[in-house]
Design a protein around this ligand. Structure first.
Ligand SMILES: *[C@@H]1O[C@H](CO)[C@@H](O)[C@H](O)[C@H]1NC(C)=O
Ligand SMILES: *[C@@H]1O[C@H](CO)[C@@H](O)[C@H](O)[C@H]1NC(C)=O
Length: 367
């Protein structure tokens, strides 16, 4: 056999081998972007999920700027998603453009005025309406609110701006008392968490609570709109023994709220707060992240183009080390934070970039 024949033979074997391997590769690729749903039906997944995170005004952001604590970004990234900031002072048009580019909305904790006419509240309200309308049309779109985000969800659903009351639960890691609505796999949220994580949440103080306002169970019972929309999944107790709603989930929509902060356990390190950092508490952060991002993989929104996607992603911004104390006793809440200029400025820049891009692309086409 000449070496040339040997080579041909080796090639032929390679091709035959490749043909045998191809179905396996195709199967693996197909398995990679699908999973079986509860009824055993195969479901397509979005493997490039993007989460919109709403910014807020005030400390630690400079005047007229807004911020996002990096812990929220790290949480979605840790579960295989990318983040897009949605600035609370953006125009409704830009908010809608971003809604159509992302696969879920995360409403962070913090401190903002939760009344209509206030930028953060109006943005939350618009996004919740958009999410409900999308879901009503069969376009699965998840929303999760944490602490302030949870409170905003309660106000939006109840349309009652005095639905919240005062609680003594600042810096109070707590455990969760699950209600009947969370029993027997009835809740999407608790059902998605591994059993040991649910058990730890019930028996150890791994839900980081830091709030002075909250939602009393009686307030939910008394407000039909809120009651019809959300199931109360868990209750917790503040320092003086008052009971508040700590976890809720919409009956018919992929909308969830935690009064507690799942993102802090793994990603916030202020020594002034009793944030739980036990490995089992870190698992809480990870599994809540997995839950939310797996919800987002069921949505197929995407940015209008790759260039548009790259313009929107959080990678256009660098976080600052905001957790560094400048003097002893200084209160710092977030280890790292992203800061954003007034939305008007950013929207004008983006508009300009879009124009330059279409001019450059038209020039390439002509050439
Ligand atoms: C709003 O909720 C609070 C707390 O439950 C309740 O006292 C008040 O009557 C409600 N207001 C309206 C207009 O329903
Ligand atoms: C905890 O809550 C207080 C009061 O609402 C707030 O000032 C502080 O920024 C919060 N701290 C953290 C670590 O979120």
């Amino acid at each position: 056999m000449t070496s040339r024949n040997g080579l041909m033979l080796a090639l032929a074997m390679l091709v035959a081998g490749a043909a045998a391997v191809r179905p396996l590769v195709e199967q693996a690729v197909a398995a990679d972007d699908s999973r079986r749903d509860v009824q055993g039906k195969e479901e397509k997944l979005n493997l490039r999920p993007i989460i919109g995170i709403i910014s807020q005004l005030g400390d630690p952001a400079p005047k007229h700027h807004s911020y996002i604590a990096s812990s929220y970004v790290k949480m979605v990234e840790s579960a295989g998603a990318r983040a897009v900031p949605i600035l609370c002072d953006m125009s409704p048009k830009e908010v809608e453009r971003r809604f159509k580019a992302v696969n879920g909305i995360l409403i962070p904790g913090g401190a903002q005025d939760l009344r209509p006419g206030q930028p953060f509240f109006d943005t939350v309200s618009q996004l919740v309406d958009l999410a409900i309308a999308a879901n009503d049309k069969g376009n699965y779109f998840p929303v999760h609110g944490t602490c302030l985000g949870f409170e905003a969800l309660a106000i939006v659903a109840s349309a009652n701006h005095s639905i919240l009351s005062e609680f003594d639960a600042e810096n109070l890691p707590s455990s969760l008392f699950l209600t009947d609505a969370a029993a027997d796999g009835k809740s999407r949220f608790f059902n998605s968490l591994p059993p040991q994580v649910v058990q730890h949440l019930q028996t150890r103080p791994y839900a980081m609570e830091n709030h002075s306002h909250g939602l009393a169970w009686t307030a939910v019972e008394e407000n039909p709109k809120l009651h019809d929309f959300y199931d109360v999944l868990s209750l917790s107790v503040d320092r003086v023994g008052q009971v508040y709603v700590s976890t809720m989930e919409a009956h018919s929509y992929p909308i969830t709220g935690t009064q507690w902060h799942p993102e802090k356990n793994a990603f916030e390190w202020t020594p002034d707060k009793d944030i739980p950092h036990h490995p089992d508490a870190i698992e809480v952060t990870q599994e809540v992240a997995n839950f939310f991002v797996s919800e987002a993989r069921r949505n197929f929104h995407k940015p209008a183009s790759q260039a548009e996607e790259e313009d929107l992603l959080i990678y256009n911004w660098a976080p600052e080390y905001t957790g560094k104390h400048r003097y002893k006793g200084q209160e710092v809440d977030f280890v790292e934070s992203y800061f954003f200029p007034p939305a008007k400025e950013l929207e004008a820049q983006l508009q300009q970039r879009r124009q330059h891009r279409s001019a450059a692309e038209a020039a390439v086409e002509r050439a």
